[in-house]
Design a protein around this ligand. Structure first.
Ligand SMILES: *[C@@H]1O[C@H](CO)[C@@H](O)[C@H](O)[C@H]1NC(C)=O
Ligand SMILES: *[C@@H]1O[C@H](CO)[C@@H](O)[C@H](O)[C@H]1NC(C)=O
Ligand SMILES: *[C@@H]1O[C@H](CO)[C@@H](O)[C@H](O)[C@H]1NC(C)=O
Ligand SMILES: *[C@@H]1O[C@H](CO)[C@@H](O)[C@H](O)[C@H]1NC(C)=O
Ligand SMILES: *[C@@H]1O[C@H](CO)[C@@H](O)[C@H](O)[C@H]1NC(C)=O
Ligand SMILES: *[C@@H]1O[C@H](CO)[C@@H](O)[C@H](O)[C@H]1NC(C)=O
Ligand SMILES: *[C@@H]1O[C@H](CO)[C@@H](O)[C@H](O)[C@H]1NC(C)=O
Length: 486
């Protein structure tokens, strides 16, 4: 850690000169991210609330981190990228958690000091956010220049965490209607992606995510662009589903039409077809994939996974990685094929430790009242464009470890994503009902308490809410009182 910190000043000075220099022709911001397994005292990955039972093991989750700078001159911070929440917040050196360990609590992630930034602006109001897994942060709002992918985005609003549970901040890039302020009944403010558009840095509010292979150290987000070297063209564009109680989508939910498993000999079995169309949340914040109980059960049985109490979920002999075979996930216009071995995840960084000789199986059954969730075990095999302007996803088969690069701008207006086509046959979107205020959405939003509609009859998948949402509520008052009690 130390040597890492010592090299920083050099990077800082070289970074300053390059910060605002970019190729004028390309309105794409390229942000590589690193993947890290989290341990106990770091922010945990935001699993659906319904799956808290699996949260206790160490080393289970992978988080994605991007290096950013905040302020002028730039202060270097790394943030956990989250497509399922919509607030950015950073740590500051005098926060409760950073002052721990003799003041070294936030050495890894870095902190922000508005006092030394000439571009810091005061923003009225208090910041507070709580995530489904119980993590929270609260403090004040600020505005400053945010450097990301070599570009300075001015006037970005974010929270400064003064109290909270994590030493590292979050870069939430979901829909603005998910901001914690909106859950408190206030108007949204322009988020990072909107400011990129407002400042002419990208053409529309859209970004693509290439998670890449589990064992690859890095992946990439392109704001305002796609990299046609990283997927098998074309992409299929699928409109987002919305909750029946809201006028427009606030989550990245599309309809899953079918699931088929195939073994190494080419024999296949259909597990789900269009008779069971199901809303499915694309969630980089979930490490695993959560399917209806009956389907997860069949898959678990087919790969020979077993439930081991210590693992709090299905586990398999790691040697099953040699299994040939795959699962096809079918959407309108696209099929994403995921190799069975990509669902087999080491339980720790040290696979041979005595009590961790098994691996996790990356598919779990979802609880009643939660939404089908396609987490990292699925998303690694997909290249996904999150198009907030058009309220659509464009999705295609990834190319693992691709070193070929061909970055193209996403334009503006409908069908702005290059290399993507809308399915002509079937572009329905199933309205998602919200029945479970406890797990997802904004509990402060009365709409979240509305009861289910008959539209979606599949009992296993009726709420939008569970998860990505990541917000339980603006627990502002309870956080304050907690802080006082402590
Ligand atoms: C972030 O910065 C650190 C320190 O310079 C560097 O080691 C790391 O590779 C960077 N990560 C990414 C994803 O760029
Ligand atoms: C700077 O941040 C502190 C919290 O660290 C806050 O109390 C103060 O109001 C901020 N100042 C401005 C000018 O935003
Ligand atoms: C991708 O690269 C990683 C790290 O080099 C390697 O472990 C993995 O097997 C590669 N994946 C594929 C599908 O080639
Ligand atoms: C869809 O699946 C159901 C239940 O497995 C089955 O009864 C039905 O025949 C299937 N429909 C088609 C078109 O394959
Ligand atoms: C896993 O499978 C290998 C090879 O089939 C076998 O040798 C080993 O004993 C198995 N491990 C466990 C824990 O069952
Ligand atoms: C799975 O999808 C791939 C790619 O679209 C396709 O080639 C293959 O035939 C599919 N397999 C089954 C069993 O549907
Ligand atoms: C959903 O329900 C509403 C009201 O019950 C109905 O008007 C609408 O046609 C239904 N949509 C679908 C896709 O079934």
């Amino acid at each position: 850690m130390r040597s890492w910190l010592l090299v920083l000043p050099l990077l800082v000075s070289s970074g300053v000169s390059t910060l605002f220099v970019r190729d004028g022709s390309s309105k794409v911001i390229r942000v590589p991210f690193s993947k890290e397994r989290v341990t106990h005292n770091q922010v945990s990955k935001r699993e659906p609330a319904s799956k808290t039972a699996v949260q206790k093991l160490d080393n289970k989750d992978f988080l994605f981190y991007a290096n950013v700078t905040v302020g002028t001159p730039p202060q270097h911070i790394r943030l956990h990228i989250d497509t399922g929440s919509s607030d950015i917040w950073v740590e500051t050196a005098n926060s409760e958690i950073c002052r721990r360990d003799g003041g070294n609590g936030c050495d890894i992630g870095g902190t922000y000091d508005n006092g030394t930034s000439s571009t810091a602006e005061y923003v009225e109001g208090d910041f507070s956010i709580m995530y489904v897994d119980g993590q929270y942060a609260s403090g004040v709002y600020a505005k400053d220049t945010l450097g990301i992918g070599g570009v300075g985005v001015k006037d970005v609003q974010f929270g400064i965490g003064l109290q909270g549970t994590s030493e590292e901040g979050v870069l939430g890039i979901g829909f603005e209607r998910r901001q914690s302020r909106v859950l408190q009944g206030l108007e949204p403010y322009p988020g990072l992606v909107t400011q990129m558009v407002n400042q002419g840095l990208i053409n529309s509010r859209a970004y693509s995510v290439w998670l890449n292979d589990l064992n690859a150290a890095a992946g990439e987000i392109l704001f305002g662009g796609i990299d046609t070297g990283k997927f098998k063209a074309p992409l299929a564009t699928i409109p987002l589903s919305r909750r029946t109680d809201l006028p427009s989508p606030i989550d990245f939910i599309i309809t899953l039409h079918g699931l088929t498993i195939e073994n190494g000999d080419g024999e296949s079995r259909e597990l789900m077809n269009t008779s069971r169309n199901t809303p499915a949340l694309l969630d980089t914040g979930a490490s695993f994939t959560y399917l209806p109980q009956d389907i997860a059960g069949q898959l678990i049985e087919l790969v020979g996974a077993i439930t081991v109490p210590e693992y709090k979920g299905p586990a398999v002999n790691c040697s099953k990685r040699s299994l040939e075979g795959s699962i096809n996930f079918t959407f309108a216009g696209a099929t994403i094929k995921v190799n069975l071995r990509d669902f087999i995840i080491d339980a720790t960084d040290e696979p041979n430790e005595d009590n961790h000789i098994l691996c996790y199986f990356g598919i779990l059954g979802m609880n009643e009242g939660s939404v089908l969730t396609l987490g990292d075990t699925f998303l690694r095999s997909a290249y996904v464009v999150y198009d907030m302007d058009n309220e659509a996803i464009s999705i295609g088969q990834t190319i693992f470890n691709s070193t070929s690069t061909n970055i193209m701008e996403i334009g503006s207006g409908p069908d702005a994503v290059p290399s993507a086509s809308r399915s002509t046959t079937d572009v329905d979107s199933i309205p998602v009902t919200a029945t479970s205020p406890s797990s997802a959405g904004p509990t402060s939003n009365p709409a979240a308490k509305s009861t289910g509609s008959p539209n979606v009859s599949n009992s296993a998948a009726t709420t939008a809410s569970s998860l990505s949402t990541k917000f339980l509520a603006p627990f502002f008052f309870s956080i304050l009182s907690l802080a006082i009690l402590l």
